[in-house]
Design a protein around this ligand. Sequence first.
Ligand code: ADP
Length: 655
Amino acid sequence: MRGMRKTRLLGLVACIAVVGIIAATVAGCASAPSKAAAQYKAGTYTAKAKGIHGDVAVTVKFSDSAILEIKVGENEETAGIGEVALKKLPEEIVKGQTLDIDVVSGATVSSKALLDAVADCVKQAGGNVEALKSKKAAAMVAGSAIEKTADVVVIGGGGAGLSAAVSAAQAGAKVILIEKSEALGGNTIRAGGAYNAVDPKRQNAVKMTKPLMDNLKTYLDYKSSDFGEYGPTLDVLQQQIKDYLASGSDTLFDSIELHMIQTYLGGKRVDLKGNEIHGKIDLVRTLCTNSPKSIEWLESLGLSFSDNISTVLGALWPRTHGTNYPVGTGFIKILSANAEKLGVEIMLETKAEDLILDKGRVVGVKAKKTDGTSVTLMASKGVIMATGGFGANPEMRAKYNTYWPSLPLTMPTTNTPNATGDGIVMGEKAGADLFGMGFIQLMPSSHPVTGSLGGGVWGSAEDQVFVNEQGKRFVNEYAERDVLASAALKQTHALFYIICDKNTCGISPDGKNGWGDNIEDLVKTKSIYRADTLEGLEAQLGMPKGALVAQIATYNSYIDQGKDPDFGKANFGRKIEVGPFYATPRSPSVHHTMGGLAIDKEAHVLDKSGKVISGFYAAGETAGGVNAGNRLGGNAIPSAIVYGRIAGANAAAGK
Ligand code: ADP
């Protein structure tokens, strides 16, 4: 997670929306109240209600018969989807003169806060809140069918889709992007924002720790004859390590080959049926080689990256970057601004339903707008599928899972509700092969109730310490996510606590975590626990007396030794020693679906015989083959950006 990042340039989402109508318009609406009955005490009223990151304030203007205008004040709701909810809902309330408005998917808390605050104003104005809540808005009416053509059509407006759209437009293509939800962003905007890349310029500031050095030397023990197609890559890596050791350098070692081998080993898994899987080497090489180049590309588009390098949970090596924006918001903000600048036509609330084929070539897409309007988009050069994964589709998870002995339908997820696997289903219908569908990543450290990533405090993987309800460590916190999730699921109540202190929690100077959650609020709601001493913390958590104190003392002594004899933690950060101390309860939830449409390194979608399906490209979580059995933390966003760029450029060139 990038919960540790300190810089928050976009901490305040200045979402000041004003939505208004003139009374005459209301009087003319089918749903407008009768002019005769004075429903409200005309005037302007203000109220606020609790959003996801503090209060959402509204100012509502009433005539005696209508809600005329809703102004939303400054707030800190999540940039992107929360912002969209606070713009869209006031429009719908004023238009329909109703409070029976659907919340925006993925922004439930912000939506409810807005509705509650407006309801409060209605009450102050003497209106009947209950009547407005049960008053149906006029049913949506489908418009006349929309038909358009473009060179390239992109389906999905997350990191991969936006990268594809920008790169195709940069190459001169006319691009239409459709997105089924009310806002761009997908999982990318709500992810931690971690981005792995080999980057000597920034990594030069990082020193090798003793455990990292020991860890690096273990790569010399492998035999390239055991590494199949990765054998030559291992050979190169081993020579690099030997040269590095001979140099006596104490600056962090890294190379494209190490990133490749870690992605390979981290993803090489055997499922419950005994099938082995690993990342396709061409795809892994393309990811690792192009991920640093894509930082430069994003920088050229205006995205600024922090110089801090750390290890996001499950990344295995300190090569994780973050942007100077909260969590994943910077990627979407900058990419969407560039898409707009380059003339990409973006159609929101437009859900792709089927691909259009002509003699085996994908030539377009059939879609539907939320109001039922049918949309047909023809693409002369290519269609790019970038609809993300199926983490929010429990039935599809259950259908494909072959890795976890049990994956209850009720298991929560970190994902947007829109991650329902649509592109995989559409692609398969068009003849695409699927790769690695049985492998689903659980995020070990999710909120135990909501399953979301936010609501906690912790630093990078180096700094994290996991203890169970008995106050005991149970795993190498620097391991892969499937290893961590599996160990967490074996603890009582599948629950554990991340322990950190004043220095290692990554709390910003204004008292927030990387998601913008207010620390004081989190303490109040028992989303996290805080105490001046470890004794105080263990008492709050109901752990056996002395257990946490002893465990942390032992952990700190391992940092002095540079070795963890209990669980072999493969890299250490700082000791846990400066109060206040914090504990964040966590439990695994569904995070990333590794399987998807089979692609080659040019982002072409492949059919079951391995042949390219003409006119069809895929990128990001909807594509399979890179991450195989387990994705390294921090590899998802670069994968979306790298393959999005490739798909966009190739589709634009008709390649
Ligand atoms: P990636 O990281 O691969 O880009 P994301 O989850 O960030 O994945 O983005 C995928 C986007 O695709 C989401 O915004 C999601 O709402 C959108 N999407 C999913 N299914 C459809 C569909 N059928 N039509 C249009 N957009 C879709």
